[in-house]
Design a protein around this ligand. Structure first.
Ligand code: 0X9
Ligand code: ZN
Length: 266
């Protein structure tokens, strides 16, 4: 069960406040309003999206033995910055969402995906069950003769991946895709000095069926790549804004490299 489904000590709650305000500094403010009889600091967490005059006050824990009350205040603040999946509901399940990179029709829900709604890699009830996946798949399918490359951006790990991810087998274009991925990684190195590793998905990270890259490749779009952008784990999914520009510049240099190759091979 999650952090919010447990009771926490005073010390833990102070730590949580610091973290949550750090991560959501755009939405949250911690305001010191005095201290307790035993000299512990009292804080207000102010939630604000835009400058507005009106507010709602919520306090929790005026009575010490009523633990569920502070648990609510934590719950109220704790939106999940690390959410991965879509937002679909599934029958009576209490768990929400499908992993959209397991929902494409490419060895759908094989090893490396989960049939259970509560898992982060839930493949959905059937291929393209998610409206978002269906819309992308339909558009790409309808234009498959003119789409010469399929590029999908993810994070993090600094990788250039190509098919397959649903099997350990090499694709028939393995050598060409590998040499193009190498060129892309070299372009990145030239641009920002960052190192991106490369390889076929299943060989390089893990088996993961139902991904958009494998689906596009099997549809006939030979130049199909998944980029895992910055970083390699220091900040992970919480990449600081100062890294947006250099990350985009390096990704752009890689995309240019791929485009050039595609143009030469039309
Ligand atoms: O697991 C994924 O979907 C991707 N990694 S991530 O950490 N961004 O979630 C990798 C996708 C590689 N390609 C396929 N699995 N088809
Ligand atoms: Zn991803």
């Amino acid at each position: 069960s999650s952090y919010y489904e447990n009771y926490h000590s005073m010390k833990e709650i102070y730590h949580w406040m610091e973290e949550v305000v750090k991560v959501h500094s755009d939405l949250l403010q911690k305001i010191y309003i005095g201290s307790s009889y035993e000299k512990r600091p009292l804080y207000v967490l102010k939630v604000h999206q835009e400058k507005r005059k009106s507010a709602i006050w919520i306090d929790c824990g005026i009575h010490a033995r009523e633990w569920i009350s502070p648990a609510f205040c934590l719950w109220f603040i704790g939106h999940n910055r690390l959410w991965r999946k879509s937002r679909s509901s599934h029958g009576n399940s209490k768990c929400i969402g499908t992993d959209m990179n397991r929902n494409f029709d490419a060895h759908w829900c094989g090893e490396g995906a989960s049939p259970y709604e509560c898992q982060e890699t839930y493949c959905g009830p059937y291929p393209e069950s998610e409206p978002e996946v269906k819309a992308v798949a339909r558009f790409v399918r309808d234009h498959k003769d003119i789409i010469k490359a399929y590029i999908t951006m993810h994070s993090y790990s600094q990788l250039v991946l190509f098919p397959y991810s649903y099997t350990m087998d090499r694709s028939k274009d393995h050598d060409e895709l590998e040499s193009l991925a190498k060129k892309a990684a070299k372009a990145i190195k030239r641009t920002t000095k960052k190192t991106y590793r490369l390889g076929a998905g299943a060989q390089t990270i893990y088996l993961a069926p139902g991904g958009s890259d494998d689906w596009a490749y099997d549809l006939g779009i030979k130049y199909s790549f998944t980029f895992e952008l910055r970083d390699t784990g220091t900040y992970g999914f919480l990449l600081p804004p100062q890294e947006i520009k250099p990350t985009c510049l390096e990704a752009l240099s890689a995309v240019k490299e791929i485009s050039q190759h595609v143009l030469q091979n039309l």
